[in-house]
Design a protein. Sequence first.
Length: 404
Amino acid sequence: MSETISSSAPGLRKGKPVWAIGLMTGTVLDGFVDVAAIRTDGETIDSFGHWELSPYPTGLREELVETLAAAREWGFDGPEPDIFARAEAALTRAQADAVNAVLLARGLKPADIAVIGFHGQTVLHRRPEPGDDGAATRPGATRQLGDGALMARLTNIDTVYDFRSADVAAGGPGAPLAPAYHRALLQRIGAGPETAVLNLGGVGNITWWDGADGLIACDTGPANAPINDWVSRHGRGRIDEDGQLALAGTVDETRLAQMLEHPYFAAPPPKSLDRNDFTAAMVDGLSVEDGAATLTAFAAAAVGRALDLLPERPRRLVVCGGGRRNPALMMALGRRAAVQVTPAEAVGWRGDAVEAECFAFLAVRALTGLPISFPGTTGVAEPMSGGRIARRYRGSGADAPAAE
């Protein structure tokens, strides 16, 4: 159950739980932002607070779709497209409005919240490309839209943003960042290496914890993104509602086997993907139903390949993210990944809120100097902190906060 946030000054110091708000919008562009509050010291979860899915204002989703297209064309080459600045301001204002609406509805003041974890919208992500000697032949790069200083000014709450750039600058891929929070969730339910966390967003990612100091994570492969794109391209909605198309189709096993030959699936963790590394074009030529079935089976089989690479193969997956609501995908996981599949709610988690909660958790870690990425999760040389901090304005006047 969610605890009511009490109105008291948060006072941030290491080891003391505080209230934090996390904001997350995924690569599937569903037109909403997740707003979730948790009480945490950045190491354990004290309690869960309010969570809601806040819709974007009219036109913002379409602007973000246009921005993603511009980002793909840009490819980190040359000046950023002009649309980035416009979309970033619009996105930040929309998410700040969502935070302020939650505070108003709950009778809270900005001073009741220690920090906002503002992930922003990923528009392009490129992992580093290693050479034969292990050194990167092409450095990674990442771009999330999100103006932290503007968020702090509009909400009057300290804001942590740009979570991924420090890891990228250190030679990591900048993802996944959820494992630190997944470990805290596993600790909360007393789970160990027999259980792993699987998030099914646009891309799938998995976290495995050995119960002590070992933490391993990686992106498993495509999840909802190519399925959604396939369905949308054929005018059948934005998602495969209840997996109906996939359940009505037949998997092209030959094509699936070819798709699984991609070297990514044999590479050891840590490793990460961009949303566009595997696209709906993989099933071009199939019927709508067969294409949906094949992409669904691909997402599930990719998870199985990732489980095979872990030091100990978990017997159970606790599944978060939108993909857990797709019966076809959940059934395919049980069959093709050969694992027990448990929805997040069955263990007391909020499956749709986990990613937003994660960035609330990481924001507290950033403020207290705790690491957010690790050798076993992103491949950095040592555990490292991340995120930029935009402080709320604590004086008089209307000066904007400065980013640290």
